[in-house]
Design a protein around this ligand. Structure first.
Ligand code: B12
Ligand code: SF4
Length: 546
């Protein structure tokens, strides 16, 4: 008997831990699993699936706005006679299985919420030719109806899960391999724009669960010793830090890193809320390898924070950032600038806030518009107000001031490449900062690091300043002018941003190049971060690199 084969397809940028967990579970239960990247061409995916001839294909639909693209892929595969069972999982499929099954007619089932045990049971039933429709935790089409089965409990003890299977080529930062990892699942907060709470509160069981520090450190140790990974990006919704339980967890985690001799070996990043940043705690964490913190800031005015139901104040944002600056821990942050309550005044207020927060170049600022994801309070609110627009994969709303719609669209257009692409200036600035932390830790004694840091910081200042100034000037412009008849001025803004983006990018690459060459990194064949690597290579031969 040959083992059953399964294919899992998902968005694999920075790995996909959900798929990693599912693949490990299937593997440990005797399945042969192939993991494919959703970003591959459909022809390639078809070819790979065909060559495996699997029992089923599982699609990880973790981003709601990818539903249409998944739908086209499934139609493409079915047209080419891939006839095995198609299932899907992730936030949107779990929360809105009826909608998804109606949109994607090629799907046979949806696995809802945490997928490890449900998928295993579904797979086993498929393999044995049993009635898979009896599997708890799924949804499927029955004639024109959608049937959902009883939801099983969330995984009580995360330590019993196998470590995620790693299938993608790791991201590297300089010559250090990076891995993503998760120490907890679920979040107890109720932010109005976020689907996390809904995802974990619907099934029975405890919403928030922590892996034991020992279990987490064991995974890190294996990845470090067997896979040569040094940098860990914790993807937890809310890293365990709060209350007695959180404090105990982090203390034990730090102790365990030390016991395993990893403190001097590793760097790690976490995401948390600003009200969780505490000086003495973060000092200890920094000593244990914490180098980067992603803060969920989201709004720079107290009214906006109330709309988002963040349970935070602007003062808490400043306090958190001051602590991180004081400890020289790099920080990035999520910021929306636009939400359904936005006005030109709130945009101005947010820009002022950003100027105060990071006008010093401590972090590259960006903006985005809150998207009303399925099952969030914001979605419900907009529905009530009759403001919900678009379809499930392009949910949207108009601002109450129509001029703000044009303002937002224009800002998004001119800063599109700068802020929203992996090769854009913002991403380059971010990774250049991470590289300095790596140099500091792993290459002590490199000369002029502080000068290099200052050069990058100045470029972040310039990037932020351009964004704030242009955004502010455009506020005045969109408030006062008949925009459509002022196309020439808008084109000027567009050119200005484009020019500035090019200038800053060139300056950044120059700064990096001269610093690396001066310090002999290039001649040692050490790699800069991949998405910058290509450009650097084109400009400059890197001896020793393959
Ligand atoms: C890491 C992460 C990323 C990474 C990459 C993710 C990846 N490749 O996996 C990066 C940084 C690239 C990213 C980017 C974005 N992200 Co993100 N991200 C996350 C985060 C924090 C963790 C994902 C994770 O590892 N979870 C842990 C695993 C174990 O859980 P899981 O993925 O849910 O998988 C389980 C189940 O869902 C289920 N399951 C999942 N897939 C499948 C498939 C099958 C077949 C089955 C049976 C089951 C199943 O079983 C899994 C195991 O139990 C989540 C929040 C979260 N907690 O999930 C947001 C999240 C997924 N991101 C989100 C968003 C909005 C974005 C961005 C749009 C943000 C932005 N404004 O730019 C971008 C979009 C990227 C793009 N280019 O299109 C939203 C999605 C909301 C939605 N409903 O669509 C989330 C939920 C955050 C939130 N608070 O709302 N993200
Ligand atoms: S935004 Fe962060 S803190 Fe708020 S509910 Fe979502 S995961 Fe929790």
């Amino acid at each position: 008997m040959y083992p059953d084969r399964a294919v899992l397809i998902g968005f694999q940028e920075q790995e996909n831990l959900g798929i990693g967990y599912l693949a490990a579970m299937l593997r440990d239960n005797g399945f042969q699993v192939k993991v494919l990247d959703f970003r591959e061409k459909p022809e390639r995916l078809y070819y790979e699936i065909k060559s495996v001839s699997p029992l089923f294909v599982g699609f990880s639909v973790i981003f709601q706005y990818y539903v249409q693209r998944f739908s086209s892929l499934l139609a493409y595969l079915r047209e080419r006679n891939i006839n095995c069972h198609f299932t899907a999982g992730g936030h949107y499929p779990s929360l809105r299985p009826e909608e998804l099954l109606n949109i994607v007619q090629q799907l046979d089932s949806v696995v809802r919420f945490e997928g490890e045990y449900t998928l295993m049971e579904l797979a086993t039933k498929l393999s044995r030719g049993q009635n898979w429709k009896k599997t708890p935790g799924i949804a499927y089409r029955q004639d024109s109806r959608i049937v959902t089965t009883q939801l099983p409990r969330l995984v009580d003890d995360l330590d019993v899960l196998p470590f995620p299977m790693r299938t993608t080529v790791p991201i590297t930062c300089l010559d250090k391999k990076c891995a993503t990892i998760i120490a907890s699942r679920g979040c107890l907060r109720h932010c109005s724009f976020c689907s996390i709470r809904k995802f974990y509160e619907m099934p029975p069981g405890k919403i928030r669960r922590l892996r034991s520090p020992k279990n987490v450190v064991r995974e890190m140790k294996i990845l470090h010793e067997e896979g040569d990974f040094n940098i860990f990006f914790f993807q937890d919704d809310d890293f365990p830090l709060v209350g007695k339980v959180g404090r105990r967890w982090i203390a034990n985690f730090i102790k365990e890193l030390d016991n395993q001799g990893l403190t001097d070996e590793l760097l790690w990043k976490i995401s948390c809320r600003p009200d969780e940043v505490d000086y003495s705690l973060f000092k200890q964490m920094r000593e244990a390898g914490l180098f980067l913190v992603y803060l969920g800031i989201e709004s720079g005015n107290d009214f906006g924070l109330r709309i988002l139901n963040k349970g935070l104040t602007v003062d808490q944002h400043f306090k958190a950032v001051d602590i991180l600056k004081g400890l020289s821990i790099i920080y990035d942050f999520g910021f929306m600038l636009f939400d359904p309550s936005s006005t030109f005044d709130s945009v101005r207020e947010n820009l002022k806030f950003l100027q105060k927060l990071c006008g010093d170049g401590s972090s590259p600022a960006a903006f985005c518009k809150m998207i009303p994801y399925a099952a969030t309070d914001i979605e419900e609110q907009l529905l009530k107000e009759n403001r919900l627009k678009g379809n499930v994969y392009s949910r949207d709303y108009d601002f109450l001031d129509a001029r703000l719609n044009s303002y937002y669209s224009f800002l998004k257009e001119i800063f599109g490449e700068w802020m929203f692409t992996n090769t854009g200036l913002l991403n380059k600035l971010k990774w250049s900062r991470y590289e300095t932390a790596i140099i500091e830790k792993y290459y002590p004694g490199v000369s002029d690091l502080s000068l290099h840091k200052a050069a990058i910081r100045n470029l972040v200042v310039a990037s932020n300043e351009t964004y704030f100034t242009v955004a502010e000037e455009l506020v005045n412009f969109f408030l006062k002018s008949d925009v459509l008849s002022s196309q020439a001025i808008l084109t000027e803004f567009q050119h200005l941003v484009l020019n500035q983006q090019q200038c800053l990018t060139v300056s950044l690459l120059e700064a990096i190049k001269s610093f690396y060459v001066y310090n002999g990194f290039v001649t040692k064949g050490t790699r800069p971060q991949p998405d910058r690597c290509e450009e650097l290579r084109q400009q400059f031969a890197m001896p020793g690199e393959t």
